[in-house]
Write a protein that binds this ligand. Structure first.
Ligand code: OXD
Ligand code: MN
Length: 594
């Protein structure tokens, strides 16, 4: 079927297991993509939207019980349990294959097996990696056409002997009690069964580019991270790059594509998006860390995306986009979601496929409804997006949603302390989330659900980068979500976050001094530019210098309280947490008690 013997043998083996009626190789051509779209429409899997208003755009609905990633059904199968670590679900590889084989057995009967060769990263780059996904879903194929580089060029780059990640997906009978997302890092293999939701079935993304890649990266001396990458251009045309990790629901895609405040755009400042979700990071020949985005598109959360929060993302969805689980406006075959605008459609069908009235109080779009859009359609996509070398990083930024604990921004003392800062990353649940308000969820580097090996070893790998990379980026932490005593956001967020990025770059270039505190360096008040910042916090109270002082304050009592949580969290990882991080925690304790 292809020039690659290992690929042919594996396809043969998987055909025997899954028993498809026929096999189609994805060649990456526009003709094949168009033909598959037609077929997918014919079988009712996707719906063609208004081609004048939304050219090449389609709508898909998942099963109602299949709308998000299933972390409790996600496994890392390594020979030794400790290699997966206490924070991952584990099975032995033999048990994993034994459990899943019967679920795949004959599951493609009456269906076609699509063979998708795909490249994470620019095809043929020495930093890219190749995978092949087998699937019974045209929706998956069409999404992979957007999210990755697919087809003949990938097979050519693979050559007759090249290795690849083997991804097997089957919707099987969509039994949620037998839904599994299983990774075999020692075999470069991913098996996903009984789901049709993107995060579970677009195997290039979380499964390969984070879980398998983080495992490969540890062995090969590089890092796969859950990070956006952006370039900040100054009026002289110089561009500095930042990678940033946040847990879900902290505005990663918004930050990646932000438009600076007028004050800055008038002077010529710009932000360029290199990626919104995943960064592969390695040492460059200049001894710096270089980051590339292995993806080719955005799989973004639709609700809340609008022309204020993220005009660039919204513009990216205007063509060549697959929408999943949003509202269908049946008057003109367009789409809508909560937070798009204040005009929900009159005649509409909700994400479940039922007639929907916005006055009902029910949400029309699922809160995790998505758009799959091409990166090249984003108005602020970086000219370096296709650069196989990636971009050199000046700063790494961590962040979370903390009501009081973390200040607006602080800088770590050095790399080891920065690794510690990443390891204690946390977000507090909000009223919008299902669980109790104010519960702190720890999520080191936003990688807890995505690390393909032991989290303690992962943190050691971070620390170890210092041994091989002489010119490391500076590490910062931000918190856009400080609340006042009335529970109102003090900082405006969105495009105004640029003011903080501006300080971060100034620090990287040694242009400004800072104040040393127990937790790290915080800005001098005058170094965060708040001129022309017009934001009403509440009841006519406009953001001012006192508010800035407030959110830059290190609240010691909250930090002392937080230490307990950090200790408990480290205990859940176990004794692989590097001694250096315990030392960092002790040093923080000592500084706080001074
Ligand atoms: C995502 C996630 O979908 O992090 O990007 O959950
Ligand atoms: Mn993500």
């Amino acid at each position: 079927m292809t020039q690659n013997k290992k690929l042919n043998a594996w396809i043969k083996e998987m055909v025997e297991l899954n028993a498809p009626d026929n096999v189609v190789l994805i060649n990456g051509s526009a003709e094949q993509e168009a033909q598959l779209r037609e077929e997918s429409c014919k079988i009712g899997e996707i719906f063609k939207l208004n081609q004048e208003k939304l050219p090449n755009c389609y709508l898909h609905r998942t099963a109602v019980n299949d709308v998000a990633r299933v972390e409790h059904r996600t496994f890392i199968c390594t020979s030794k349990k400790e290699d997966a670590g206490a924070t991952n679900n584990w099975m032995s590889p033999a048990d994993g294959y034994d459990l899943l084989k019967p679920l795949f057995k004959n599951s493609y009967k009456g269906k076609t097996m699509y063979v998708i060769p795909f490249s994470m990263g620019v095809v043929g780059s020495e930093f890219s990696k190749i995978g092949v996904e087998l699937t019974d879903s045209i929706y998956v194929v069409l999404n992979m056409y957007i999210m990755t580089r697919v087809g003949d060029a990938v097979l050519e780059a693979l050559g007759p002997d090249g290795d690849f990640v083997k991804g097997l997906h089957s919707r099987a009978n969509m039994d949620e009690n037998n839904r599994y997302i299983v990774h075999f890092p020692e075999d470069n293999t991913i098996w996903s069964v009984n789901s049709g939701y993107g995060g579970n079935v677009l195997l290039g993304k979380k499964c390969f580019a984070l879980r398998i890649a983080s495992y490969l990266g540890r062995n090969e001396g590089w890092m796969a991270e859950h990070m956006l990458i952006l370039g900040l251009e100054n009026p002289k045309g110089e561009v500095k790059y930042i990678a940033a990790a946040f847990p879900s629901a902290c505005g990663k895609t918004n930050l990646a594509m932000l438009i600076p405040p007028d004050l800055y755009t008038k002077k010529g400042y710009k932000v360029w998006c290199v990626g919104d979700d995943i960064a592969w990071i390695r040492k460059g020949p200049d001894g710096r860390l270089w980051a590339m985005n292995p993806e080719n598109g955005f799989f973004g959360v639709a609700p809340g995306t609008n022309d204020k929060s993220n005009p660039n993302a919204l513009e990216s969805t205007k063509r060549d986009t697959i929408f999943t689980n949003v509202v269908h406006n049946t008057d003109d075959d367009t789409v809508w979601w909560e937070g798009l605008d204040k005009n929900p459609p009159k005649n509409a069908v909700d994400w479940k496929g039922n007639k929907w009235d916005s006055a009902s109080g029910e949400k029309g779009a699922h809160p995790n409804s998505r758009f799959t859009s091409l990166a090249k359609n984003c108005p602020c996509i970086s000219s370096e997006f296709e650069n196989p070398q990636g971009v050199p990083l000046s700063a790494i930024v961590f962040g979370g949603r903390r009501a009081k604990t973390a200040p607006l921004v602080y800088q770590s003392f050095d790399w080891a302390h920065g690794t510690f800062v990443g390891s204690i990353m946390a977000s507090e649940t909000t009223a919008a989330a299902m669980s109790a308000v104010g519960v702190v969820r720890r999520d080191p580097m936003a990688m807890l659900p995505f690390c393909g090996y032991n989290m303690g070893d992962y943190l050691r790998h971070w620390l170890d980068m210092e041994k091989s990379v002489p010119n490391l980026p500076k590490i910062f932490n931000v918190n856009w979500f400080r609340l006042n005593d009335n529970g109102k956001f003090v900082w405006p967020g969105f495009g105004e976050n640029f003011r903080v990025l501006d300080w971060i770059i100034d620090r990287c270039e040694d242009k400004v001094d800072a104040v040393e505190t127990a937790i790290g360096y915080i800005p001098k008040i005058e170094d965060i530019n708040i001129s022309e910042l017009d934001y009403e916090i509440e009841n006519g109270h406009k953001f001012g210098i006192e508010d800035l002082k407030d959110i830059l304050t290190v609240e010691k009592d909250y930090w002392i309280e937080d230490i307990k949580g950090i200790e408990e969290f480290y205990a859940t990882i176990g004794d692989t947490v590097p001694a250096e991080l315990h030392k960092q925690l002790d040093a923080l304790k000592a500084r706080l008690s001074k």
